[in-house]
Design a protein around this ligand. Sequence first.
Ligand code: GDP
Length: 463
Amino acid sequence: EKRESRKQKRKKATSRDIPDHFLPKVAIVGRPNGNRAIVVDEPGVTRDRLYGRSFWGEHEFMVVDTGGVVTVSKSQANVMEDLAISTTIGMDGISLASREAAVARMPSMIEKQASAAVEESSVIIFLVDGQAGLTAADVEIADWLRRNYSNKCIILAVNKCESPRKGIMQASEFWSLGLSPLPISALSGTGTGELLDFVCSGLGKIECPENLNEEETYIPAIAIVGRPNVGKSSILNALVGEDRTIVSPISGTTRDAIDTEFVGPDGQKFVLIDTAGIRRRATVASSGSVTEALSVNRAFRGIRRSDVVALVIEAMACITEQDYKIAERIEKEGKGCLIVVNKWDTIPNKNQQTATYYEQDVREKLRTLQWAPIVYSTAIAGQGVEKIIVAASTVEKERSRRLGKRGRVYYCTQAAIRPPTFVFFVNDSNLFPETYRRYMEKQLRSDAGFAGTPIRLLWRSRR
Ligand code: GDP
């Protein structure tokens, strides 16, 4: 029964009722013989079909293999879901089939065949063979992509990088293509989750006129990040209780974060991204430093998917290198942020100034986040946790705010005499009210005279 509701939720989270042609497209290009087709095992999908409807987390898209067949099947998606839950590292539900049908096409042929598909795609996966290494054809394709499609999101995926360590080496020679290579192994699943994450972040918002209004469907995501043991889980538990309702088990896509739906005090819906989870579930014992390093990566992935980040630090502990790294990343990715100083109860002899002193210290040490509000909490007692949500909500609103359009004067010229006539070229003349125009005339007269004669000011909008 639980499984059923999970499925339903995933259905809700995705947008199944959107017709294919409204979905954004992802094109896979690469030199032929690249074994790039993703397995098809859904009945009814014929081998010569070019498009495959596919989803990853909340994103749904059409995959277009410019060489032939591609789709991520429904049953594989279920495998993905199971993997997401069990946090097993392994197949990501996207696997490779060697395609005997791969015709040996020259890049010039690829151009002809694929440009139509690439043209209509918002994301391009450029697949190269890490075992074969860099080839002249790869260089040619890279040039072609860069020349023609620099406005699109191009992801360079280096396939056949089964071993993570060797994979980085294999992938490194592709840097010369002028794109950053992502080692993957479609065979073992290594890196494919990350690839799909990149794909999703490169996808634009779905434009579907009848049922999707961005503002209506936008649910901001709050990632709770920080070093191990600062109290992330305790905050989450205080907010939503131990047994969380999982929004969408695969929406994390990275299998190390679990998303929870949450309704804030003012009725605003949020998705909480819990980046603490895996440590408790992981069975492999690892050293402290490894755990810390892993936790930073996990934080990075949480940050990427979020709108607002709650960076949790511990009141009694020092701010460390990891906190800086996380802070920098938040800023770099343009995410909203609030700093949560948890375990506030552990500070002895607090008085009115304590928070002020503390704030000064935090500001000094986390300079990149000067603009982030600070919230103090004692998660184990449930104190201050709702302030986190209130602050996050405010931050989210600020992050979505647009200043009103302002009037701009590009230049002004005297167009005529008798009477002196001046033309102001502006962005939009409606933005210059009568009061401003009178003020301008006064300024002009005080600077340039014209006593005894009327002067005319004309305001011209420029498009
Ligand atoms: P996480 O690794 O960031 O998820 O941290 P946890 O939520 O697992 O908390 C780590 C430890 O700190 C646990 O033993 C918690 O009980 C404890 N802890 C969490 N929040 C507080 C707090 O506000 N005050 C105190 N004194 N302990 C806390």
